[in-house]
Design a protein around this ligand. Structure first.
Ligand code: NAD
Length: 482
């Protein structure tokens, strides 16, 4: 286990300079594995917000004015910088977020993939020509950056959430101010250094931290900001989307989920367990696409549940810096208390705890990998995102019952299905109401694939060919020869 890591104080990056906040206010950063304070993060003042809103506009002009190939080369170098720094940044990420070191490294490497993919996308922001009804007239569309972006990112994937927003914005030619996660500030700051060291000019990329509501209420209405991107809870997302709407700002909203996983009698159960249980307990379940409601057809229910509980029993909960750890702590006491309350409520309504269900140890914010069964539909956990290491097992009779339950909630982010029948696969692909359905494996969240939800899970995509579209507007140029 790594014995000593120098955890930095994280300042604000405004207009190319790292500096303390005006007013000198900082918040404590805790190590979720011990509960101890490990450092501090700058809290932006109103003066800082005014300054960042100004410089993100000048940054747009500088970045957008650079030749495409220069911007492309900078993005490629940023990816390379990030890859070469994985071993330096991963321990910081684990220290502040709690996830096992291997997961931290995987997140960083995936971050470099995201930058590379979007850097290629920037070279494909095509326009069109449109046949004219008149002779001597040329109609064409050109794709133009929408303008400065304000992005709000959470603590569960401190690199991934930030890198997706920065990469797509810069690829579209936009400048960006990121309001990073106050719980986990050091890893995103290192990510941003990878971009700056590659040559992203002052003002084009800014990083601030602060009181989230103060920052969003200042930046979203600000006339210099043209686009909002938020990842976080549905409740906050609805509030920010309405603020954006009131000020006529474009927005992408990546919100909560409550992913159903349907396992039919003809599924390859060991494979389903390996994919779904890994997906459930990764990052201690604090993942918006984590499978949550396991809808298992009755012929395979007992076998599936037994194997799932055996998987959960084998999870080694501990400090993410310890190489034997396979699941770290929850992010903070508030999250742990929220998970605990959901379990208490379920049990009070008759649910059975097949495994886990309790806090672990006296230090840090650890919680046991948990498996629940017989949870009544009116239990809170059947309706609210647990955002923690809790799997809910439910036996279903038919594929129709499974799909009905999958579609019962207003969320619609990820969904999973396991079956060896092509017909059942097609049926689930067509009838499950979600932004993403992954069948017989977990293929969600690769940079080249669309990533996003519907209904209460938000709108817009953070990946794939259509992610960049919401950072570009289509301008018509129609021109007569003379
Ligand atoms: P929270 O709702 O307090 O915060 C979620 C995120 O939103 C945080 O990053 C926070 O800084 C930000 N936020 C909160 N109020 C804001 C505001 N007024 N303006 C701008 N940003 C604001 O919840 P939490 O306890 O940190 O996390 C728990 C819940 O958040 C979970 O239940 C989950 O639904 C959701 N969440 C989702 C994701 C995701 O990947 N979709 C990630 C983290 C959290």
């Amino acid at each position: 286990m790594i014995e000593r890591i120098d955890y930095p104080r994280t300042d604000l990056l405004i207009n190319g300079t790292w500096r303390p906040p005006t007013g000198g206010r900082y918040a404590a950063v805790l190590n979720p594995a011990t509960g101890a304070e490990i450092g501090s993060v700058a809290i932006a003042s109103r003066e800082d917000l005014i300054e960042v809103a100004e410089c993100v506009l000048s940054g747009l002009k500088t970045w957008n004015g650079m030749p495409l190939l220069k911007r492309y080369a900078i993005m490629r170098d940023a990816a390379q910088n990030l890859r070469s720094r994985v071993d330096l940044i991963a321990p910081l990420l684990t220290l502040e977020q709690g996830k096992p070191l291997l997961e931290a490294k995987a997140e960083l490497n995936a971050g470099a993939d995201v930058i590379e993919w979007f850097s290629d996308e920037m070279r494909r922001a095509y326009g069109r020509t449109i046949p004219s009804r008149l002779s001597g007239v040329l109609n064409m569309t050109i794709s133009r950056a929408v303008g400065p972006v304000a992005a709000f990112t959470p603590w569960n994937f401190p690199i991934n959430q930030v890198v997706r927003k920065i990469s797509v914005a810069l690829a579209a030619g936009c400048s960006i101010v990121v309001k990073g996660p106050e719980e986990t500030p050091a890893a995103p700051a290192e990510l941003i250094k990878a971009f700056l060291d590659a040559g992203v000019p002052a003002g084009a990329l800014n990083l601030i931290f602060g009181v989230p509501s103060e920052v969003s209420e200042f930046l979203i209405p600000h006339p210099n900001i043209k686009k909002i991107s938020f990842t976080g809870s549905t409740a906050v997302g609805k509030h920010l989307a309405s603020l954006a709407g009131r000020h006529m700002k474009l927005s992408t909203m990546e919100l909560g989920g409550h992913a159903p996983a349907i396992i039919l009698d003809d599924a390859d159960v060991p494979r389903a367990i390996s994919v779904l249980a890994t997906g459930k307990y990764r990052n201690a379940g604090q993942v918006c696409v984590a499978p949550t409601r396991f809808l298992v057809q009755e012929g395979t229910y007992a076998n599936f549940v037994d194997q799932f509980v055996a998987f959960a029993r084998n999870i080694n909960v501990g400090n993410g810096l310890d190489p034997s750890t396979t699941m770290g702590p929850l992010i903070h006491e508030r999250r742990r208390a929220a998970v605990e309350e959901l379990i208490t409520d379920s049990v009070a309504r008759g649910a059975k705890v097949l495994h886990g269900g309790k806090r672990v140890g006296n230090e840090g914010f650890f919680f046991e990998p948990t498996v629940l069964a017989d949870v009544p539909q009116d239990a809170r956990i059947m309706n609210e995102e647990p955002f923690g290491p809790v799997a809910i097992m439910q036996s279903v009779r038919t594929i129709d019952d499974a799909i009905d339950e999958a579609n019962r909630l207003p969320f619609g982010l990820a969904s999973y299905a396991f079956t060896s029948s092509l017909a059942s696969s097609h049926e689930m692909a067509n009838r499950i109401e979600a932004g993403m359905t992954s069948i017989n494996y977990n293929g969600i969240a690769l940079p080249e694939l669309p990533f996003g939800g519907i209904n209460d899970s938000g709108y817009g995509s953070e990946g794939g060919y259509n992610a960049i579209e919401s950072y570009l507007h289509t301008k018509l140029v129609t021109q007569a020869a003379n």
